[in-house]
Design a protein around this ligand. Structure first.
Ligand code: ATP
Length: 302
């Protein structure tokens, strides 16, 4: 496993009173997998991520990164890459390449190895032609890609990735999403924290929702969406239905609204409805599938 987290707990003291930030969190991520870690403000995400990164000690429970416990063995941190504050992790007055080399050496690489990996990453991330540009002169999307590249200079097996698409324009969002997906496909394990639920839905393999310091669900993304989605369909036709078709559709069990919207309960009925409707012009076909945002708010209310 790239990451194992077992029964993590953390209580802060605030003005002498205990504040339970993380009540009980267990999760794991295997190589090549993206786990979206979602929760409302104050749910305990940051505290969990800080414990995984070895920045704060848990009261109890443990973390293993590629089998190593970051609280007991500093070598665990060699397996870990972090992008927690995006472009704020970079030196704005250094060039793209200088940033990569600097952080590579900081992570224990020789200057030669840092240079070699930095050139590989610049090419891999489509930043090679801008390698000599100062970070402050790069676009926001390029800065974000560079922040991710920098976190990977020492070739970690786990990436903690916070809000990778926040504040980016539409094109850069697509670029970063694709890149993150590709990194996972190449074997990187990624813990993605974000409030951009559409991004989480698109790129994650699994979702974990944290509520009041506890994991309330952890499941494959598609499975979760399927579980919460209904199986009904709405068909809209151009114009209005004739009485014969209305009768046939009602016999099938369909509900007809305003003589032009047809609600169907199952996919079997859907094909029969198509036969009845043929050759009328269909303007819309919709399933009552929910998205991750709907599911997230359902869990939040519970
Ligand atoms: P956000 O999405 O806003 O970053 P979060 O899910 O990351 O929220 P945490 O930052 O982990 O949540 O905070 C969990 C709880 O612990 C909150 O109630 C917060 O106020 C409290 N907390 C966090 N850090 C401290 C601290 N250093 N001292 C006292 N309480 C803290």
């Amino acid at each position: 496993m790239a990451l194992e987290v077992q029964n993590l707990k953390k209580t802060y003291r605030y003005h002498g009173k205990p504040v339970v930030a993380v009540a009980d969190v267990s999760l794991s991520i295997k190589s090549g997998e993206i786990l979206a870690f979602l929760g409302a403000n104050g749910a305990g995400k940051t505290t969990t991520v800080k414990m995984i990164a070895g920045l704060i000690f848990p009261d109890s429970g443990w973390v293993k990164i590629a089998g190593l416990n970051p609280h007991h063995n500093p070598k665990a941190l060699k397996k870990l890459g972090t992008v927690l504050e995006g472009n704020r992790n970079l030196y704005w007055r250094l060039t793209a390449e200088e940033n990569l080399i600097y952080f590579g050496v900081l992570k224990g690489l020789s200057h030669q190895a840092a240079r070699k990996f930095s050139l590989q990453l610049l090419k891999r991330f489509g930043l090679f032609s801008r390698r000599s540009a100062l970070v402050q002169n790069l676009s926001r999307g390029m800065q974000q890609k560079l922040a991710i590249a920098t976190s990977l200079i020492h070739q970690p097996s786990l990436l903690l990735l916070d809000e990778p698409t926040l504040g980016l324009d539409v094109e850069a969002v697509e670029d970063v999403k694709l890149l993150v997906r590709q990194l996972a496909e190449e074997g990187l394990a990624i813990l993605l924290t974000t409030h951009q639920l559409n991004v989480a839905e698109e790129i994650s393999d699994r979702v974990a929702i944290i509520n009041n310091g506890k994991i309330s669900t952890i499941k494959p993304t598609r499975e979760l969406i399927k579980e919460f989605s209904g199986t009904s369909y709405t068909i809209e036709i151009e114009g209005v239905l004739d009485p014969d078709r209305i009768k046939s559709l009602k016999d099938l069990g369909a509900i007809i609204i305003e003589n032009r919207l047809i609600q169907i309960k199952s996919s079997d009925q859907l094909y029969q409805a198509f036969e009845i409707l043929n050759p009328l012009f269909i303007t819309r076909l919709e399933t009552d599938q929910v998205d991750l945002t709907d599911i997230f708010f359902k869990f939040l209310k519970e």
